[in-house]
Design a protein around this ligand. Structure first.
Ligand code: UDP
Ligand code: MG
Length: 317
């Protein structure tokens, strides 16, 4: 029987943790009782530098029952880094790890099917939302447009899949080989390969607390997905620049002809327009190039993505 670890990043989740922990515990105990998974399976909460009582709740859980483990990051590092910290910490203790959010938005009953597919030889099983009923119209439409944009940019990504997935020990080992600092797991995991499958589930509403992804974080995350995986924006700018250059030569010939045939007019409008159009385009191009240079800069630093302050596990008690 396989040892399954469930990894849950938590940022200011004191309102949901008591419920989440008891629901997950019940789930895991049932799976153990049904002989579907090993009794060495665990639930690991990663505290991502929460400012509330999240960590003390985790400490309490871990001391009461060794099915719970806690990892405390030294400060807030963001969802993706917290998740990676958890996965990399548990990868040598489990046969497969399932990552999910703390707010129970992802249906935990999909876990059964994920484990079945894993036992059937899959290394990665993606949880995919079958519907987006509970999301606001704004979130739903922007998310859909975003997936289309990513596909257009050539980024290999699973449609409607967030970070609810099962990864085998082998796949986790490979994930470790991706040394990038700008982390967008949804884009990296499909690059690993192996036999994969999907499990469909309905996404619920966050049952307490509020989203830890305000619009600002969401936009930054969306930008991350594109600039970390695709050089198409930069290519687009290059071709636009090239076309504009060819056009300007044709225009120059036209202007010279007009000049020598004596038809010069005070073309202030077109001149002023050109200055602004080209100025704007140049700024945009510099901005995008800067985006990539910024990434190169960050990557060359090769900073650790997280620092683990504590790893709580009471197995040898
Ligand atoms: N999260 C985190 N660090 C952060 C922000 C969020 O660990 O800086 C966790 C959060 O606790 C939750 C998961 O990431 O378990 C997803 O966040 P949330 O549910 O708020 O996002 P949404 O479902 O609204 O997209
Ligand atoms: Mg959520």
């Amino acid at each position: 029987m396989s040892i399954i670890y469930i990894v849950v990043p938590c940022y200011n989740e004191e309102q949901v943790l008591p419920e989440t922990s008891s629901v997950l515990k019940k789930k895991l105990r049932t799976l153990i009782a049904d002989n579907k998974i090993s009794d060495k399976s665990r639930i690991v909460f990663v505290n991502d530098g929460s400012g509330d009582s999240t960590w003390s709740l985790i400490e309490q859980l871990a001391s009461e029952d060794n099915i719970f483990q806690g990892i405390k990051l030294s400060r807030n590092k963001g969802h993706q880094n917290a998740l990676l910290a958890g996965l990399m910490t548990v990868k040598d203790h489990c046969d497969a790890a399932i990552s999910m959010d703390a707010d129970l938005q992802d249906d935990i009953n999909a876990i059964d099917e994920m484990i079945e597919k894993f036992e059937g030889g899959c290394d990665i099983v993606y949880g995919v939302r079958s519907e987006r009923k509970t999301d606001t119209f704004f979130k739903k439409s922007t998310a859909q447009a975003y997936y289309k944009l990513l596909a257009l940019m050539g980024v290999d990504i699973v449609y409607n899949h967030a970070d609810y997935r099962l990864m085998s020990r082998r796949a986790l080992g490979d994930l470790e080989q991706f040394r990038e600092v700008n982390l967008f797991l949804r884009g990296i995991v499909p690059m690993i390969g192996y036999k994969t499958d999907t499990v469909y589930y309905e996404r619920h509403e966050r049952f307490a607390g509020e989203s830890k992804y305000p619009l600002k974080k969401m936009l930054a995350f969306a930008m991350e997905g594109i600039t970390s995986f695709s050089v198409k924006p930069i290519r687009f700018i290059t071709s636009a620049g090239f076309i504009l250059f060819v056009l300007s030569i044709l225009m120059l010939i036209y202007f010279l002809v007009r000049h020598f045939t004596g038809h010069t007019v005070a073309g202030w409008t077109s001149l002023a327009f050109s200055v602004w159009a080209i100025g704007g385009l140049q700024l945009l191009a510099i901005g995008i190039v800067g985006e990539y240079i910024g990434k190169i800069y960050m990557e060359t630093k090769a900073r650790p993505k997280y620092i683990i302050e504590k790893y709580l596990h009471n197995d040898d008690k």
